[in-house]
Design a protein around this ligand. Structure first.
Ligand code: AMP
Length: 189
């Protein structure tokens, strides 16, 4: 199974990604988590990424694309993978298309989690209290929402046009959303 999980910041992607990936026995590849691990480990990649992340901006495509290409080449991604937080720009879609062609594989589907704006801000502010993420301040949250609307939401149309989009309502408890996702994926099989 090869999946992309899309949705605005606060839609619950990370949580759902882990559950879905565990179910299929595939790695959940979160570009945000990889960047955060690099920031924490003070690697060269982390140093480069941190200033963009702190501002709520996207890390430049060249850096992000190279990181994903390496990650998809690892052995554990051979049986499948779930991409969480990538692609986020049209340029990344193009690059991902190239990687998939190079690895001679195709995606099964793109799951898009939809959640209304007020609910998103509420969840992000809650997460700020619980996790203490540096990029969960109000200004940065707003910036990330804007960027999502401008640069990432157009990707939904791209995948819809390719007939690959599975839209899932992201409202409600974690387990009810998980159930909706599994029901949706089952209809594809
Ligand atoms: P996330 O945990 O997915 O919300 O990502 C946290 C931050 O990491 C984002 O706000 C960006 O700064 C950076 N990031 C994660 N994925 C990408 C991506 N695909 N392209 C560019 N920047 C990214």
């Amino acid at each position: 199974m090869r999946l992309i999980l899309m949705g605005p910041p606060g839609a619950g992607k990370g949580t759902q990604a882990k559950v879905i990936a565990a179910h299929y026995g595939i790695p959940a590849i979160s570009t945000g988590d990889i960047f955060r691990a690099n920031v924490a480990g003070r690697t060269q990649l982390g140093v480069e990424a941190q200033r963009y992340m702190d501002a709520g901006d996207y890390v430049p495509d060249e850096i992000t694309n190279a990181m994903v290409r390496d990650r998809l080449g690892l052995d554990d991604a051979k049986p499948g993978f779930l991409l969480d937080g990538y692609p986020r720009t049209l340029a990344q879609v193009k690059e991902l298309d190239g990687m998939l062609a190079d690895y001679d594989i195709t995606l099964d589907t793109v799951v898009s989690l939809t959640v209304d704006r007020d609910e998103l801000v509420k969840r992000l502010l809650q997460r700020a209290e619980v996790e203490g993420r540096a990029d969960d301040t109000e200004d940065v949250i707003r910036r990330r929402q804007e960027l999502y609307a401008e640069q990432t939401s157009p990707l939904i149309d791209v995948y819809a046009e390719r007939g690959m989009l599975l839209e899932i309502e992201g409202k409600g408890s974690v387990s009810s959303v998980t159930e909706r996702i599994f029901d949706g994926l089952a209809t594809l099989a």
